[in-house]
Design a binder for this molecule. Structure first.
Ligand code: PLP
Length: 376
């Protein structure tokens, strides 16, 4: 193999900072010199620029993606006494954000092909006794693949619930030509350092076209203030800081190019792994443009494959090993959500990020082929 194991020594997100080193240094210096460190001109500029990128009216910068989910629900006055549906196969942050709002997270299953919320399962949940008091569903565009928004919206409309988006893994993905983040009443984003649009610390945002909702979000993120020092209600401290906003402004400039690169690498994996006896490749539903936050394959012998790749020093991960309805914090239900349970046992994320060097995809596929041949 010409690709040496040393080649994996600089991983994302460090490679992303290196790619922007000079610009980042300038931006960070600008904030140091400005004397303004929280919710200042950089945050305001980032909110405007990210809104323009998405084609949305309002972006409200907050401290992280989990807060974005909580604040989005609080601003919609969804809290104690209400339930909110979350796909069972998702990061636990989604259920935590819902629980922090005071609402109870309840879980529906995913579609096996795209790993996103299944409209049939959502409908069944809403018709069941557990569906009573459900006010909203948080639809996660997992791994960067847009959920089946049209069918989900039909179900939501039929039951009179709000459909909200979690775009933490899907910056730049599109559903039927529309940017995710603009599909529902509001959307939550994370800019955690590994995300497609990544800060150098924690940051998040809520996106909405609803001016009244944005106004409530502005207040909730800072102690319920409309006017300084006057709390109209008990808000929180979930402010975005100027350093993170300045970093995000730099990174936003290359987000589209980086997503193209992610798609190119995904196409390389597709071409190399098509026909593999070992793995099932990710599908892209018609009308969807995947943002490939992760390139995730299914594998019957997932743990063998993971071990085999790790022995070859290839950085792989399992997103996510335990579905939410089985997590100690949220479980306790005897409900079986088969697709979520199967996915947690079978998925593995292969290395994919825009700074991946030439030859990396081939190196991963060579190692996988060796297992493929050994297994035949
Ligand atoms: C889908 C999803 N939702 C929410 C979050 C929470 O974001 P944060 O880590 O910024 O709180 C994450 C990040 O891990 C995520 O991937």
């Amino acid at each position: 193999m010409s690709y040496s194991s040393n080649s994996w020594s600089v991983l994302y997100p460090q490679s992303d900072q290196r790619a922007h080193r000079a610009e980042l240094a300038g931006a960070l210096q600008r904030v140091c010199d400005s004397g303004s460190y929280i919710l200042g001109a950089e945050v305001a500029a980032f909110e405007t620029e990210f809104a323009a990128f998405l084609g949305a009216a309002q972006v409200v910068g907050v401290a992280n993606g989990t807060d974005a989910i909580e604040l989005m629900l609080r601003a919609l006055k969804i809290g104690a006494g209400s339930k909110v549906v979350v796909p069972a196969f998702a990061p636990s942050a989604v259920a935590s954000g819902v629980a922090r709002s005071g609402a109870e997270p309840v879980f529906a299953d995913i579609e096996p092909t795209t790993f996103t919320l299944c409209p049939v399962s959502l409908d069944a949940l809403l018709r069941s006794p557990q569906g009573r008091c459900v006010k909203a569903a948080v639809v996660v565009h997992l791994y960067g693949h847009p959920a089946d928004w049209g069918r989900l919206q039909q179900v939501a409309d039929e039951h009179g619930i709000e459909l909200l988006e979690d775009c933490a893994q899907a910056h730049g993905a599109r559903w039927q030509g529309r940017m995710v983040g603009t599909l529902g009443r509001a959307a939550a984003f994370s800019f955690y350092p590994t995300k497609n649009l990544a800060a150098m610390g924690d940051a998040g945002a809520v996106v909405t076209n609803d001016a009244a909702l944005a106004e409530r979000l502005h207040m909730i993120r800072q102690y319920g203030w409309r006017q300084r020092y006057i709390s109209e209600h008990a808000g929180v401290n979930s402010r975005m800081d100027e350093l993170q906003a300045a970093v995000l402004r730099v990174k936003l400039g290359s987000l589209s190019k980086n997503i193209q690169q992610r798609r190119k690498l995904a196409a390389e994996y597709d071409a190399r792994l098509r026909g593999s006896a070992v793995v099932t490749l990710p599908l892209v539903r018609g009308g969807c443009e995947h943002a490939y936050h992760q390139y995730v394959v299914r594998c019957e012998r997932r743990d063998d494959l993971r071990q085999h790749l790790q022995e070859a020093q290839i950085p792989v991960a399992v997103h996510y090993p335990l579905p939410l309805h089985r997590q100690p914090a949220f479980g306790g239900s005897h409900v079986s959500l088969l697709e979520s349970e199967r996915a947690a046992e079978k998925v593995i994320s292969l290395p994919l990020h825009p700074c991946l060097s030439e030859g990396a995809v081939d190196a991963v596929c060579d190692v996988m082929e060796a297992l493929d041949h050994a297994g035949r």
